[in-house]
Design a protein around this ligand. Structure first.
Ligand SMILES: [Cu+2]
Length: 244
């Protein structure tokens, strides 16, 4: 799988060269702000380039058939050829190969983007409830709790891998930070955990992406990515606030 992924990475520059030296566009995706998002972003670009290739091939063949085999005289009956085995093998085999390749790249990317390390720098427990979030930092005795319409803020250190353990308190929710390009459900009774390694400081919007009841739309939060120093300061301030 890793080797396949390497081939995929190689495919991107090749496609770039083909596009006359200009960089591949985002194709509608936001610029990824995490390492996990980077690999998903490459997959998205690869899929888009592949789909453009397929579209050009299909439209080209349609256009060719329409022009080449058009009726030229009123009384003319086109040649009716029932079988063309090589052609049938080709148009059955090509989509199967294309789908298998896209599937393999998807699995490889998913493996990479969801790989849980044995020793993450930080761990945060994310608890979703109707209709907000609670972020628990078990190693630092820090708890951040939001309420409907009062989006809580998760603070993460830049460049470090944090494991987010996703726990649902009542019904299904989904943890989604669009700029990280990844999303995972919170399901009661299911242990879900995702890694996130933010690559840029800043504040990012987060949402619940699973319709979880009447006030689902108010279930927002923010993720603030800060430097290691700011992170320590924030933890200390939170602890002081909780203690007092
Ligand atoms: Cu929800």
């Amino acid at each position: 799988m890793r080797r396949l992924l390497g081939a995929w990475r190689l495919a991107a520059p090749v496609a770039t060269l083909a596009a006359a030296g200009c960089e591949l566009p985002n194709f509608g995706a936001p610029d990824p702000k995490s390492e996990e998002g980077d690999s998903i972003f490459s997959l998205w670009q690869g899929f888009f380039v592949a789909s453009i290739g397929v579209a050009l091939l299909v439209w080209g063949l349609i256009l060719y058939a329409v022009i080449r085999f058009r009726r030229r005289r009123d009384d003319e009956m086109p040649r009716q050829k029932p079988y063309n085995i090589p052609m049938e093998v080709l148009y059955t085999g090509t989509p199967i190969v294309a789908v298998a390749l896209l599937f393999a790249f998807s699995v490889a990317t998913e493996d990479e983007a969801t790989d849980l390390r044995p020793d993450p720098a930080e761990r945060v427990e994310v608890i979703g409830f109707q209709w907000s979030w609670q972020f628990v930092y078990p190693e630092h005795d820090v708890v951040v709790t939001g309420g409907p319409g009062e989006p809580p803020e998760m603070v993460l250190p830049v460049g470090e891998t944090t494991h987010l353990r996703l726990v649902a308190d009542d019904v299904n929710h989904a943890f989604w930070v669009p700029d990280f390009l990844s999303k995972r459900d919170l399901i009661p009774g299911v242990d879900n955990e995702i890694p996130v390694t933010p690559t840029e400081t800043g504040t990012y919007i987060g949402r619940c992406a699973e319709f979880c009841g009447l006030d689902h739309w108010r279930m927002n939060f923010t993720v603030r990515v800060v430097t290691a120093e700011e992170y320590e300061d924030w933890l200390a301030a939170q602890r002081a606030e909780d203690g007092g």
